[in-house]
Structures are given as C-alpha cells and as structure tokens.
Design a protein around this ligand. Structure first.
Ligand SMILES: [Zn+2]
Length: 202
C-alpha cells in the first residue's frame, strides 16, 4: 500500500528539492524523526539503499518515489499532514552498477560497523581510527583490502608492525564495500524493524 501525498502539498512546495526541504525542516515538530533511517527499494522492490527520512520525503514529494511503509510519525505542514515513510520505492527502475563504493573513512567505518577489527570493541566514529594492515612505511597501500577500523589502543600497540608481528589477528578479512556488503548491513539494520523485514529477508 502506498501512502498518498496530498496534491495541494505537492503544489505548495513545488517540485524543487530546496523548497521541499524548507517546508520539511521548518514545520516538522520532531527533528529527530527526520533523521530516522528509511529503506530505499528499487522499482523492482529490490532493496538498494538506506537514507534519512528527510531525503525520503523529498524523493516522495518530487514524485521520484512512493512511500511503501510509514513509521508512525507525521510531517505537519501549513494545510496538510503526511506520514513519514519508513520504506520508499523508486517509481522508475534504476540500474545499480556493481561497482564498489567510494573509498572513504566513513565507508570503511560503515563496512566494519564501527568495530575495531582487532579487539572487537564497538565505538563511536570519533573514537576509531583507520589502520593500515600492512603499514604504509612498509609499502602498504590505502585500499579497501588494507584499511580497517581500529581503536586507538590497538593502533598504538600495532605501530609499524604487521598483525602477526604484533601478535594481533584481524577478526575478518577486509574486502571492498560492494552491493553485497550494503545488503548485509541493511539486513542488520532491518532486523529490529518489522516494516523493513519483508523487503530484506527473502
Ligand atoms: Zn581495538
């Protein structure tokens, strides 16, 4: 079941993303709910991404996507109210290239789920650093396969050594972050959300 977006609201905000954002942020009572994760499905119902509710609302108001599930919160605008989606679906099929995501600190922490890959501690992003498995000083490159999330104590302990030299062991082999990894993470996030479950576990 898709949620219907009131046409007067669409007319009011126009089709510009900036206008929609202004309405969404200016009139929403609970700003926190605008950051709630929303599952994005392709037109084929295949899960392809996770975005913030705010972005999902923009996609729905622009007519790019429709709400498939709602999260129980309301977005109040001047004349109308709309439910905040928890799952949206793109109206046009988008081909998702099987390329890997951009190599960045943020994506490595996401891939490693904010977990130190040596001791297994789960920490806030600010308390983690990136470790070169083969140190840069010894020819190690900055690649998906050679960078892992690492806590500061483990990073200091390892220093310029290989893991084996420091008697440390990686909890798992670092791999490039591709669509498969993304889907794995979406499943982990969706485990606690009944509305996501049916789209993620098939
Ligand atoms: Zn550690």
């Amino acid at each position: 079941m898709g949620a219907k977006i009131d046409n007067s609201m669409r007319a009011m905000v126009g089709r510009s993303a900036a206008g929609v954002l202004a309405v969404a942020t200016g009139t929403y009572g609970n700003a926190q709910a605008l950051h709630a994760p929303v599952l994005v499905l392709n037109a084929s119902y295949e899960p392809i991404n996770v975005c913030a509710a705010r972005r999902a609302i923009v996609l729905v108001l622009k007519g790019v996507a429709m709400a498939e599930e709602e999260n129980g919160h309301f977005l109040h605008a001047a004349r109308v109210a709309m439910r905040v989606p928890s799952v949206i679906r793109l109206l046009e099929y988008r081909r998702i290239p099987h390329q890997t995501r951009a190599l960045s600190r943020k994506n490595i922490l996401l891939r490693d789920r904010n977990t130190c890959q040596y001791c297994g501690l789960v920490l806030a992003s600010g308390e983690l650093t990136l470790d070169h498995v083969v140190p840069r000083s010894r020819g190690g490159s900055s690649t998906w396969e050679n960078l892992v999330a690492c806590c500061h104590p483990c990073n200091r302990r390892k220093g310029n050594q290989l893991p084996t030299e420091a008697s440390m062991k990686l909890t798992r082999e670092p791999r490039a972050f591709n669509l498969h990894t993304s889907r794995h993470i979406m499943r982990l996030m969706g485990r606690s959300d009944d509305k996501w479950r049916k789209y993620l576990f098939y």
